[in-house]
Ligand binder design. Structure first.
Ligand code: HEM
Length: 148
């Protein structure tokens, strides 16, 4: 208990020094969400690439998780960006949200149909994976700094 109290005091004192004019706590929180955002991207896009040639047993459950993580962490990242100095590009965010929502819906529909024993689920798989992959390209290449 005593030790925890001192550790806490020490950390608060450290943070107090930073909060005067530094964005360190906000930056750390933002980077932690970027970490989860990139993990969600890896789950979603990875599930697609690893099964691109599959004809059955599509990994829809993984894709539902991946797309949900992207929508959740992406929305938090937008909020955090507004809290800091750099407002995000609203057109880019809108396009990413629409594509991620499309990917989530396609993965949910595919998952439901697969559990009912339906076949011919490749269009759902390719829509979810394709939208996710386009979002990855947009995330990295739709960057004003690149073309300034
Ligand atoms: C399939 C869906 C998605 C994928 C694959 C994806 C991918 C990525 C990647 C790779 C980055 C890092 C880019 C870089 O730093 O160069 C990123 C950043 C970001 N994404 Fe997404 N994203 C997705 C969905 C979303 C959604 C739905 C939103 C908003 C609602 C969003 C908001 C953001 C924001 C604000 C950042 C910037 C974080 C920062 O560097 O401060 N993303 N995304």
């Amino acid at each position: 208990m005593v030790k925890a109290y001192y550790v806490h005091r020490h950390i608060s004192r450290l943070l107090k020094g930073f909060t005067v004019d530094s964005q360190l706590p906000l930056a750390l929180i933002t980077e932690s969400f970027v970490l989860v955002h990139l993990t969600g991207m890896a789950i979603l896009v990875g599930a697609f690439i690893a099964n691109m040639r599959a004809k059955t047993n599509f990994p829809f459950t993984l894709m539902v998780w991946g797309a949900s993580i992207q929508l959740f962490t992406g929305t938090i990242l937008v909020g955090l960006a507004y809290m800091g100095d750099d407002a995000p590009d609203n057109v880019k965010i809108t396009v990413k949200t629409l594509l991620a929502t499309g990917a989530l819906i396609a993965a949910i529909l595919g998952s439901k149909r697969q559990s009912h024993g339906d076949t011919k689920l490749q269009p759902f798989f390719h829509t979810a994976g394709g939208f996710a992959f386009i979002n990855l390209i947009i995330a990295v290449l739709w960057n004003a700094e690149l073309y300034a």
